[in-house]
Design a protein around this ligand. Structure first.
Ligand code: MG
Length: 297
């Protein structure tokens, strides 16, 4: 990991522009498959939501795919689903018990590494906490289903490769993601896209904001750095570096990539991206990631 960071710090620009691309849900259409086929069915099974499966599914998809929480860590996202269900009149009418998760809520607030290794260690120390035991079973089952269902070979969205080709020679390109690096490298190599990028950064190398910082600090003008992403976390990573942001709109990824190819990149390279144009894209992006669920509007 230290060597990987050093590699970023040592990166020498070959051009004056830097483009950082998120992977899951941005370059590759993996979010729909993972959320709808892997997360949601296990959430319904392990948390006994069978009687309200229709509402549970809708809440899961809203939180994880079509709201401002898109891309959030799985544990706080799960709690958000429970909170939305508790507050939904149609769910209340079914008189179904929404999972009671006091320890999980506390764990999320106090633990900084919200992942299975920390959860497993915690569960060993607290075998009496039922909600934590179920959380661990659920989380492991999700991983197993992902392994089983998400077989390699998912292609990138249309226009991703065209955009990479257009950047080639004009910008240095990096992958900037919170997926394990090993999986990222495999996916980018399988699709023969790794040849376009100078580095592939996953969760072990730090946050997305750190990736950009390590690779760019004191080497590129701020308005010569563009982050391409599909969630608020990506926008935040760009802003933490005063970099520009191009949104891939959830559910409208193809149009977004086409727009990047046909106008966004040209504007970025000719200096007319910053300001009004970027603001109009982000305003549109906001519409796709609302805070209020459709059943409350
Ligand atoms: Mg993403």
């Amino acid at each position: 990991m230290k060597e990987d960071i050093q590699k970023l710090l040592d990166h020498k620009p070959t051009s004056s522009f830097l483009v950082a691309i998120d992977s899951d849900g941005c370059a590759f259409d993996t979010m729909e498959l993972k959320q709808k086929e892997c997360f949601t069915p296990n959430t319904i099974k392990y948390w006994n939501l069978q009687a309200i499966s229709k509402y549970a599914r809708e809440a899961c998809e809203f939180v994880n795919l079509y709201s401002k929480w898109r891309g959030a860590n799985r544990f706080p996202a799960l709690i958000k689903v429970f909170d939305l269900l508790s507050d939904w009149d149609k769910v209340k009418a079914r008189k179904v018990q929404i999972p009671y998760t006091p320890n999980l809520r506390k764990w999320i607030e106090t633990e900084t590494k919200l992942g299975n290794p920390a959860l497993e260690a915690y569960c060993k120390e607290h075998p009496e906490q039922e909600d934590m035991q179920i959380t661990l079973q659920w989380s492991k089952a999700v991983n197993k289903t992902v392994e089983d269902i998400v077989k390699g070979g998912l292609p990138p969205f249309p226009y991703v490769e065209e955009c990479l080709q257009k950047c080639q020679g004009n910008a240095d390109i990096m992958v900037c993601s919170q997926t394990p690096t090993e999986a990222l490298v495999r996916e980018w190599q399988e699709q023969d896209l790794a040849k376009y990028v100078f580095v592939i950064c996953g969760q072990e190398i730090g946050t997305k904001a750190e990736h950009i910082k390590f690779a760019s600090e004191n080497r590129y003008e701020k308005n010569h750095i563009l982050m391409i992403g599909d969630a608020y976390g990506d926008l935040k990573a760009a802003r933490a570096n005063n970099a520009l942001f191009f949104p891939i709109n959830p559910g409208h990824e193809e149009e977004s990539w086409q727009r990047l190819y046909e106008e966004g990149l040209d504007r970025f390279f000719n200096g007319t991206y910053e300001g009004e144009y970027e603001a109009s894209l982000i305003k549109e992006f906001d519409k796709y990631l609302p805070e209020t669920p459709p059943w409350k509007r």
